[in-house]
Design a protein around this ligand. Structure first.
Ligand code: 4AZ
Length: 328
């Protein structure tokens, strides 16, 4: 076939377009269809409403997420699909308390699990969490979803994406990451060109059933070396290892189950302040500490709205800023 110059241009343009499209899907994401299929999916949002992590509704008043997502957010949004569409019908529910696993280790990311206690119940269908009966052997198909980046260091997605990956055995995963890196409380999953990525953290890895009520959550997006790197699977917290922690929290426990905090820099110095009873009184997770002077810890001391209050808020804001920078 003789290729005319015009045909050549059209062909080249469509070729470039399909390469760009393939890169768009470097972690293999496809848009969740129909929107709302995974109605338990939660967006963790910060004080300005920006999504920074995922989560999953596991009971009407509780969202499961990753411990490394603690200390940033103030609310969860359930029922979202397109984050750029402010006219979406969704629930925005404040977080009362974040409960991180008592043995969470922020350098090894062991026990990277957190439960958010919500101010009010969600009406969405919670997802079943695996207590040990799900088949998580190597090669099983599992699906992960989120609004995270579509490639390592790339930009995040406005619409909820999902991707199917295969469970990788802990021993194979450990030979990729090195001895000791992958413990029993973790699990791995990978597939060519497909993975979870930054911003998906805290979101669910599920065995897909026929609907939201029959899906089973087996993992929580936790960490990885890059995204969709063929040498490094995605690493997830293994949900079935945390039945005791989850049940402790779902039966109403807080301090007796794990470390409690309210986010927004609280974790910078642990919760010694909570033990003094100053920071665990309000339902707001850190977004007041930027100086709204509503139910801040300083107000609890009765300083009121005077100059001392402003100075204390300023110091508090600087500490939070340093703390959030140090987490980056
Ligand atoms: C992250 O930074 C992250 N490829 C999450 C998941 C993975 C890598 C990084 C897995 O939140």
């Amino acid at each position: 076939m003789k290729l005319s110059f015009t045909n050549f241009l059209i062909l080249s343009a469509s070729c470039i377009a399909s390469i760009a499209n393939a890169q768009d899907k470097i972690v293999g994401g496809t848009e969740v269809n129909p929107p709302g299929r995974y109605e338990y999916q939660a967006a963790l949002v910060d004080g300005s409403g920006s999504q920074f992590c995922g989560g999953s509704l596991i009971a009407p008043g509780y969202v499961l997420s990753a411990a490394h997502c603690a200390g940033i957010g103030s609310a969860v949004q359930i029922g979202r699909h397109d984050l750029s569409d402010s006219s979406e019908d969704f629930e925005n529910i404040n977080v009362v308390t974040e409960i991180t696993h008592p043995d969470y280790n922020d350098s090894t990311l062991e026990n990277d699990i957190m439960i958010l206690k919500l101010e009010s119940d969600s009406s969405a269908q919670p997802v079943e969490y695996d207590t040990g009966s799900a088949d998580t052997s190597a090669g099983e198909d599992v699906t992960v979803m989120g609004w995270g980046t579509t490639q390592s260091g790339g930009s995040s997605s406005d619409v909820l994406l999902e991707v199917e990956v295969d469970i990788v055995s802990n021993s194979d995963c450990e030979s990729d990451y090195g001895s000791g890196a992958i413990t029993d409380v973790m699990m791995c999953a990978a597939r060519d060109g497909k993975d979870s990525c930054q911003g998906d953290s805290g979101g669910p890895l599920v065995i897909v059933g026929s609907d939201a009520a029959t899906d089973v959550q087996v993992g929580i997006v936790s960490w990885g070396n890059g995204c969709a790197d063929p040498s490094f699977p995605g690493v997830y917290a293994r949900v079935s290892e945390f039945t005791d922690f989850i049940e402790c929290v779902l039966s109403g426990g807080t301090d007796e189950c794990g470390n409690t905090g309210l986010g927004g820099g609280d974790d910078w110095w642990g919760d010694w302040d909570d033990n003094w009873g100053w920071n665990d009184d309000n339902a707001t997770w850190g977004d007041d500490s930027w100086g709204n002077n509503t139910d801040d810890w300083d107000d609890d001391y009765g300083f009121g709205g005077g100059i001392i209050d402003v100075i204390i808020d300023l110091i508090y804001a600087i500490i939070e800023l340093l703390s959030s920078l140090s987490r980056k």
